[in-house]
Design a protein around this ligand. Structure first.
Ligand SMILES: Cc1cc2nc3c(=O)[nH]c(=O)nc-3n(C[C@H](O)[C@H](O)[C@H](O)COP(=O)(O)O)c2cc1C
Length: 152
């Protein structure tokens, strides 16, 4: 109607994205994750600062630890991959959370478009006790404190 041949497919993709909490017992190709991250890098950001980082977690034990520790992230228990989105305050003090949220959304949508399913969860919603468990599970060096962990 507005002269864009892709509009139907784009709108359909947006409408069909759902939060998925039960995952197939199948390996997730690393290429798929990297493709979605590549797309996420094109998200808009204030001053084009791109104050985000992506951390791919594929170790089964670490995923299970995260599932136990983060109150609303039980689905990680049967996930093959988690992607942590970090927001770097140092790189964009006034806009890092908005910018990294947009990149996370781009990542989520790209993954959906190429056949992946995902759930978004916010680690800073967990209790202080859970948070210290989260730090322990990450390993001796602890999780990245900076940049700020925005979502998993
Ligand atoms: C910032 C954010 C945090 C979320 N955290 C969780 C979570 O911890 N656990 C969960 O099961 N769903 C979580 N969700 C998914 C929402 O529950 C979901 O997006 C909402 O119910 C709408 O469903 P839909 O995404 O399938 O359209 C989160 C979504 C967002 C945007």
């Amino acid at each position: 109607m507005w002269g864009c041949v892709l509009s139907d497919a784009c709108i359909e993709a947006l409408l069909k994205r759902r939060s998925v909490r039960v995952f197939k017992d199948a390996e997730v190709p690393l290429d798929m994750i990297l493709k979605a991250i590549e797309v996420a890098r094109y998200a808009p950001s204030a001053g084009n600062k791109q104050p985000w980082r992506f951390v791919i977690i594929r170790e089964g034990e670490k995923l299970k630890d995260l599932a136990k520790i983060l109150r609303y992230s039980r689905p990680l228990m049967n996930a093959k991959v988690a992607v942590m989105v970090l927001a770097n305050k140092d790189e964009s003090p006034t806009s890092y959370m908005v910018d990294a949220s947009l990149a996370a959304m781009y990542f989520w949508l790209a993954l959906h478009c190429i056949g992946g399913s995902a759930l978004v969860s916010l680690p800073h919603f967990c209790s202080p006790a859970s948070r210290s468990g989260f730090h322990r599970a990450w390993g001796r060096s602890g999780p990245p404190q900076r940049p700020h962990i925005l979502s998993i």
